[in-house]
Design a protein around this ligand. Structure first.
Ligand code: MG
Ligand code: MG
Ligand code: MG
Length: 306
């Protein structure tokens, strides 16, 4: 029975590329390990897999009785539903420490860097394993995605050095060009159902027993949303009404202007003002300089709920 590597629900490029890269490393080290995913892939991730010649990892949502590595998260709300029935061999992540616990000893690599793949590169270096060209390319793209081509405040020197090293292995001369190509794919939202956009990069957080769902769409020009903003607002209200969330937020991030318009629907009307010091007008507010959900949005919200 192989081990599995699985990232978070609503997988992004980091979750998928981490699963591929870690599986290869573990298998090379003698532990048969396969990558898996908890959901459908985004156009950005499909672009990366196609570019470097990978198949989609196996779609697998149940892990009862399996041995698994968790990548790119450590939150119970974001992992497999039956995670309690799996044996967790390791956690490799770059987010705040979540609430996943284990009953057996495990390997943990958690670092405050811009991307899980940066940590996995450290693991390859630690074990002295050479990274295959196509895996290096996929890892490089995941780092460019998570760090918003180095613009995100989550980006560290380690991430930049890692992209340089991976680009060299992959034979890519100008990684930022590949990054822009990727964000153009990501910005092509026209014709996509509104609910698909709301959930494209959506995460639930347990904030002091309040469920807070936060989606993010990163594009190269916010004007892309002009015609659909009203529909997006209506849909997050609908999503909230359908479930038991205290708050649903959607960050519309302009990676060139380097800020985000936040759409909010919440049981607490003053939540955005309390967290970000700026009140919403008609459920919307522009947050200048805000690019990172994990570093600039989740922590101030958590403080409000504390
Ligand atoms: Mg992720
Ligand atoms: Mg990540
Ligand atoms: Mg992200």
């Amino acid at each position: 029975m192989p081990n599995y590597v699985v990232g978070h629900k609503i997988p992004d490029s980091d979750s998928i590329c981490s699963a591929i890269a870690l599986s290869y490393l573990k298998t090379t080290l003698g532990e048969e390990t396969v990558p898996a995913r908890l959901g459908e892939l985004t156009p950005e991730t499909l672009f990366i897999l196609d570019k470097f010649g990978f198949e989609q990892p196996e779609l697998k949502t149940s892990y009862a009785g399996e041995n698994i590595y968790i990548v790119d998260h450590s939150e119970r709300t974001q992992g497999p539903d039956d995670i309690d029935e799996a044996t967790i061999l390791g956690i490799i992540d770059h987010h705040k420490l979540g609430d996943i616990t284990t009953s057996t000893p495990l390997e943990i690599w958690v670092r405050p860097v811009g991307c899980t793949n940066t940590i996995i590169k450290m693991m390859y270096d630690f074990h002295g394993v050479e990274i295959p060209k196509n895996i290096a390319g996929a890892m490089m793209c995941a780092i460019l995605s998570d760090t918003v081509i180095f613009k995100s405040p989550t980006c560290t020197t380690a991430d930049i050095k890692c992209v340089e090293a991976l680009a060299k292995i992959a034979g890519i001369d100008n990684p930022t060009d590949v990054g822009m190509e990727m964000f153009k794919v990501k910005s092509a939202v026209d014709g996509t159902p509104v609910r698909d956009l709301v959930l494209r990069d959506f995460k639930d957080f347990n904030m002091n027993d309040n469920l807070v769902g936060i989606g993010q769409l990163e594009v190269i020009d916010l004007a892309i949303f002009d015609d659909m903003k009203a529909d997006l607002e209506a849909d997050i209200a609908k999503l909230k009404a359908e479930g038991n969330r205290h708050t649903v937020m959607l960050l519309l991030t302009d990676i060139m202007k380097e800020g985000s318009e936040l759409l909010v629907i919440s049981d607490n009307e003053n939540l955005a003002e309390a967290a970000f010091g700026k009140a919403t007008t008609d459920g919307k507010v522009w947050l200048d300089g805000v690019l990172s959900r994990k570093k600039q949005v989740v922590p101030p919200l958590q403080d409000v709920f504390a």
